[in-house]
Design a protein around this ligand. Structure first.
Ligand code: UTP
Length: 417
């Protein structure tokens, strides 16, 4: 083993008071030792320090000027409906659209043992979320006589299991590296309440996916946007893996984006009630954005326009269309990280595995919508919740946004009862 590398790692760790990270070093095999040294050399410890410091401060956006954002209602477009549809259809037929599915999340709330996309929501067909999504993509592609290329973002944690699942299912008819592509998102270390980086069960640094905001950078870094351009793709619909009614191919959304010359077009569903705990589209200091429910005052949540519509009623449902150029620009600018306090297993200083029963560690995540502020204008299209939004977030015990509710919505939409 390269002793110089080990000495170098010790020096880095001592500078940042993270010496404990080598506690398990002697127990690792040669591959593990190399992997740990690689991690230590590559971690941005200054970033980790500043992220830790950020957990001590409350971020306040009080000074931000929040105003409503304009939106279009898909079902009130009247004669414009056909107009947008024709523009969108033409672009889809020309092969300009790709679908991107973000499947790198940990799915902690659902508690499924395996990547969330492999989860069977309990339909008679027992199809997984991945298969439901692929069914829809293939069905839509047929309408336009194209195969919609599919890009799937995984994390280091679930990449192997995800690709194996697809292999087992013969990629649902897709061809790997021809029209279906897998790429991994970035990761950041998890830290304890003292700012110490945790050691994972494998003796290496405990890393966690860096949030769905990692999508832009990882599409660029992994050469996916380059590939898209080589394939003549100009637009990518980016959605989550856990909405079994997601409509990734929508000529109206495409048509609006092209016609209005915007680089981002997002779908929204109207809030179920003014106090539903969802993020809603808005303008922040004049730029498109999403405001979290915790940031919005009661008056704002209830405010309506002259037609009685909520001023801040358009929920963000992770159904967003981007031009490939916009993704490249967004990928070049780092997004801020948000902090979450989570339960994380780790190896303590005596080498014992600790399985906490309450949150013990900070995880840092970038949010996809934080990049919206980098564009001047974007389009928001209100669609129908019952047609496009059936999220699988929690286990059935929660009773909301769970397999049971998603299954019922799916069955209703496809008339399966
Ligand atoms: P959520 O924010 O709901 O997270 O992800 P999650 O990981 O699925 O579930 P919890 O919070 O741990 O219970 C919304 C979408 O973004 C993807 C998820 O896979 C899901 O499709 N995502 C989230 C990523 O791809 N990477 C991430 O780091 C986080």
């Amino acid at each position: 083993m390269d002793l110089r590398r080990l000495e170098n790692a010790k020096a880095i760790l001592s500078k940042y008071h993270q010496e404990h990270l080598l506690n398990q070093y002697d127990r690792l095999d040669e591959t593990g030792k190399k992997a740990l040294l690689d991690e230590i050399e590559n971690i941005d410890f200054d970033l980790i320090n500043s992220l830790y410091n950020s957990t001590k401060k409350e971020t306040k956006h009080n000074k931000d000027e929040i105003t409503p954002i304009e939106y279009l209602d898909k079902f009130k477009l009247n004669e414009k409906y056909k107009y947008y549809e024709n523009i969108g259809k033409k672009a889809i037929k020309e092969g300009k659209l790709a679908a991107v599915t973000m499947a790198g999340g940990q799915g902690t709330r659902l508690g499924h043992n395996g990547p969330k996309g492999t989860y069977d929501i309990g339909l008679d067909s027992h199809k997984s979320l991945f298969e439901l999504l692929s069914d829809n993509l293939k069905e839509e592609g047929k309408k336009y006589d194209v195969t919609i290329p599919w890009f799937i973002m995984t994390s280091k944690e679930n990449n192997k299991a995800t690709v194996e699942f697809f292999e087992k299912h013969k990629f649902f008819g897709y061809q790997k590296d021809k029209n279906i592509f897998f790429f991994m998102q970035g990761e950041l270390p998890m830290i304890d309440t003292e700012g110490k980086i945790l050691i994972g069960e494998n003796g290496l640094i405990k890393l966690a996916a860096d949030g769905h905001g990692g999508i832009y950078e990882s599409l660029v870094k992994n050469g996916m946007t380059k590939k898209m351009k080589q394939m003549g793709i100009e637009w990518a619909f980016i959605g989550g893996v856990d909405n079994c009614l997601v409509k990734m191919v929508d000529p109206i959304l495409m048509g609006i984006a092209i016609d209005k010359k915007v680089t981002v077009a997002c779908k929204s569903v109207v809030k179920a009630n003014p106090h539903e705990k969802v993020g809603v589209f808005c303008k922040r200091n004049g730029k498109p954005n999403v405001i979290e429910y915790s940031e919005i005052t009661e008056d704002m949540a209830e405010a309506t326009d002259e037609n009685g519509e909520l001023l801040y009623g358009e929920s963000h449902i992770l159904c967003n269309l981007f031009s490939v150029d916009a993704i490249e620009r967004m990928g070049a600018n780092p997004l801020p990280y948000h902090v979450a306090f989570k339960k994380a297993k780790y190896i303590d200083k005596d080498g014992n595995l600790v399985v906490p029963d309450s949150p013990n560690a900070y995880k840092f995540e970038a949010f996809l919508f934080d990049a919206f502020g980098s564009v001047d204008e974007m389009a928001v299209l209100r669609v129908k919740r019952e047609e496009e939004f059936a999220p699988v977030k929690n286990s059935d015990a929660a009773g909301v946004d769970c397999p049971k509710t998603a299954r019922n919505l799916y069955k209703k939409f496809y008339n399966l009862d």
